[in-house]
Design a protein around this ligand. Sequence first.
Ligand code: FAD
Length: 254
Amino acid sequence: MTNPLDSSLQLAERTGAHARVATLVGRTDVSPSLVQVTLEGDVEALAGRPGQDVMILVDEGRPSLRRRYSVRRVDPAAGTMDLWIQSTHNGPGAAWAREADLGSRVDVVGPRGKIFLDPLADWHLFVGHISALGAFYSLAESIETPGRALFVVETEDPADAVTTSFSDELGVTGVFVDRAGRSANDPAGLLAALASLELPADEGHAYVFAEFHATRVVRSALLDRGLAESAISHKAYFRVGLANRDQGEPLKDE
Ligand SMILES: Cc1cc2nc3c(=O)[nH]c(=O)nc-3n(C[C@H](O)[C@H](O)[C@H](O)COP(=O)(O)OP(=O)(O)OC[C@H]3O[C@@H](n4cnc5c(N)ncnc54)[C@H](O)[C@@H]3O)c2cc1C
């Protein structure tokens, strides 16, 4: 039996999470941009609640370099969790998702993240980058029915518009926006789609997970639409032109 690295144990202690060694047991393409990676292990300790993520050591030679991936789904009976990872750019995380050997050990720290579904919201609006599709679907699947989910998600490739099935009692509105060659830090497509989306009149909550700059601009547009600050949860997943820091977050300073 393999033990987690000391750095994982220390990180877990600092963050109130767990450190475990999992095994990479599956990899399938979800779409041209997204690969589903399946980990087997103590997933009930690691995965947390819908919307949370795990930190993965993606390069054994660099034990301080971790990347964060939202949990798409957990199968407690099988002891597995799926992650949906964008793997079309050049980075150690993307390379790990594409190339790590099936059967290899994976140092995982989790659960991480503080964004959960707002239990009081009448409707939930998920806006952002294709790399957040797994988090969006996981959160939406946890909406208590009857309820309402609205999605505005930008795709790299039209075939990234992957749908999933929800309870019949959940009202779903989905808009996939083709990036059409724009950079991920250009929010024009997301803003245009949002502007054409009618938001329900009752109380809602928005979840914005996207590129650093796009996240800021979309949040500001939602404030302009009348959403309260407390009704918007936002998280930058990456930043165009800059690798995420070793602990998995994009740099925040301009
Ligand atoms: C809380 C949290 C949850 C996340 N969940 C997910 C998830 O479920 N699925 C997922 O795919 N990503 C997720 N991310 C984003 C992922 O952790 C980062 O994209 C990560 O930095 C990728 O690492 P990398 O080593 O491949 O690239 P890095 O070394 O970070 O970056 C290398 C280069 O690639 C660019 N780049 C990084 N990510 C992307 C991208 N997605 N698309 C295009 N260019 C990119 C960077 O701008 C940089 O130029 C999450 C991030 C956070 C903070």
